[in-house]
Design a protein around this ligand. Structure first.
Ligand code: XUL
Length: 541
């Protein structure tokens, strides 16, 4: 019997999922979470991010992520599973964030004193105390410069899988090197959140996998190697500061003596970590093109496996490496769970009342719409956030609740067309996928069947499954991806079907959602007369 651990260091929390593999039987045996704001209040984060005067800046303390890892290991050691049977550990992390480690940090990771807390030992290991995270939108100028140097966004997208995006690591590095040149010069290694945490486990600088490296605007997608022209456009002497790119199933090394001595863990293999979205793909059981995932977390994302990289040259989509070695398409929305929460809080509701509001209101919301851009939005690009409401000025709380969810679902559906996949089956994950009403709206808007994987955190499960796969492959035994994801594949009883009458309504509403978006972005006329026409035609409920 073997145990595999998968961590997920997300925007707001650290989760661990343990799976047990015994012969043909695979079981999830443990799931635990630590919420940063609650468990580690001394760092002063809100929703995992430090307060900033500039609404475009979003940074977090990397020490907090390290302390959460130490805390979680202590919890695991306190009971729950037999740690001596842990064979391999991997992880998932929020994508794009970068951690700047000072000269000499790599050598210090080896030989840490197991009697002392990890954070004390990391004192002086950073050349920058904070890590910019995926919510940061402060690098517009750097995006322009990088895309310009390479011959435009379309060229950059063909090379790296994405046009220049503010939150991507390359533009973030360029801003750091430009504004803090001395600190950049004193940087030994620029890690992604994933490779930073893997380094802490292995006691040495860990590599990054193509799934996470493709979220940097710095990796040549076709070769899964750093792209020299993109590096040159970003910062001087960058290559020697970046981690190596290795396949997602590569073994970094063994768990360092620090963790073995401190918590009695075995010398388990540490497997390269990846981004949360690539890990979720595995954690919801998708390894073949044809189906997509809708993940409703801090960010809302829609993504799916791709056999070949069909790049969205000027638009909002990304092509990343997938953990299987193939590709995945992804579109990301900043205004996910925090926007749902803002609307809930505005009306002083609990989640139960939020669901009641969705139950009491009709599909299509009498053609009343919301574009919930509470904070800068990635898709479509909105740097000056503002919530746009159409037909909602006289409406009550319930209509606003429906408007935020329908607005999000229509945006997810409309902005996933570039992937070139006919979406008739969705695997829904993330906290809000537990809500029946939200999932019904998803099924109706996409006019697709929705399956709901039963494990709460699909990214952590995906990481644990990747640890099992890598450990088996490292032993020289074959293990197909179909077999790896069998545990994660949702059953028929989790299926939610679209209601045809509702789907028909959203088919009519969707072009008007596009018109509202164009209007809000200053690219089209006010669609209010068209919405009013629809209101007249739709029966009152
Ligand atoms: C993906 C993205 C977010 C983060 C959230 O491109 O920016 O989904 O990975 O953790």
């Amino acid at each position: 019997m073997s145990i595999y651990l998968g961590f997920d260091s997300s925007t707001q929390s650290l989760t661990v999922t343990a799976i047990e593999v015994a012969g043909d039987r695979r079981t999830v045996v443990l799931e635990r979470s630590v919420v940063f704001d609650e468990a580690l209040p001394a760092y002063g984060t809100r929703h995992g991010v430090l307060a900033s005067d500039d609404p475009l800046v979003a940074v977090a303390p990397p020490l907090m992520w390290a302390e959460a890892l130490d805390l979680m290991m202590a919890e695991l050691a306190a009971g729950g599973i037999d740690l001596s049977r842990v064979r391999a550990i991997s992880g998932s992390a929020q994508q794009h964030g970068s951690v700047y480690m000072a000269q000499g940090a790599g050598a210090r990771l080896d030989g840490l004193d197991a009697s002392r807390p990890l954070v004390r030992l990391l004192d002086g290991c950073f050349s920058r105390e904070v890590a910019p995270v995926w919510l940061d939108a402060s690098t517009r100028e750097d995006c322009r410069a990088i895309a310009g140097a390479l011959g435009g966004d379309a060229v950059l997208a063909r090379l790296t899988g994405s046009r220049a995006f503010e939150r991507f690591t390359g533009p973030q590095i360029r801003k750091f090197a430009r504004t803090e040149p001395e600190a950049y010069a004193g940087t030994e290694r620029i890690h992604l959140v994933s490779s930073f945490l893997a380094s802490l486990l292995a006691g040495r600088h860990a590599p990054v996998d193509p799934g996470d490296a493709s979220g940097t605007n710095l990796m040549e997608l076709a070769r899964a190697q750093w792209a020299a022209p993109a590096l040159a456009a970003t910062a001087d002497r960058l290559l020697c500061r970046l981690p190596e790119i290795r396949p997602s199933w590569s073994v970094v090394g063994r768990l360092s003596p620090y963790w073995q001595q401190r918590y009695g863990l075995p010398a388990a293999r540490v497997v390269t970590w990846s981004g949360d979205n690539p890990c979720s793909l595995i954690g919801v059981g998708l390894v073949r093109e044809g189906r997509v995932v809708v993940s409703l977390g801090t960010s809302d994302t829609v993504f799916g496996p791709m056999n070949a990289p069909r790049v969205d040259e000027g638009g909002t989509g990304h092509v990343f490496g997938a953990p299987t070695g193939a590709f995945m398409g992804l579109t990301c929305f900043t205004n996910g769970s925090l926007a749902r929460e803002r609307v809930r809080d505005t009306f002083g509701m609990h989640w139960r009342e939020f669901s009641d509001a969705l139950r009491r209101t009709p599909a299509g919301n009498h053609a009343r719409l919301m574009l919930p851009w509470f904070v800068p939005e990635i898709t479509p690009a909105v740097l000056d956030p503002h919530v746009h409401r159409y037909g909602l000025s006289e409406a009550g709380a319930a209509a606003h609740v429906r408007a935020v969810v329908e607005g999000q679902m229509m945006a997810l559906a409309r902005h996933s067309g570039w992937m070139g996949v006919t979406i008739d089956t969705i695997h829904a994950t993330g906290g809000a996928a537990a809500n029946n009403e939200i999932v019904q709206i998803m099924a109706d808007v996409f006019n697709a069947r929705v399956y709901r994987p039963e494990v709460r955190n699909s990214a952590a499960l995906g990481a644990a499954l990747r640890a099992w796969h890598a450990d088996t492959v490292a032993d020289g035994a074959p293990l197909s991806w179909d077999e790896v994801v069998a545990l994660a594949t949702p059953g028929e009883r989790t299926r939610v079907d679209p209601v045809p009458a509702h789907a028909a309504r959203y088919a009519e509403l969707m072009p008007l959602h596009a018109a509202c978006e164009a209007h809000a972005l200053g690219r089209g006329p006010n669609p209010e007369p068209l919405l009013e026409e629809l209101r007249q035609r739709w029966p009152g409920e």
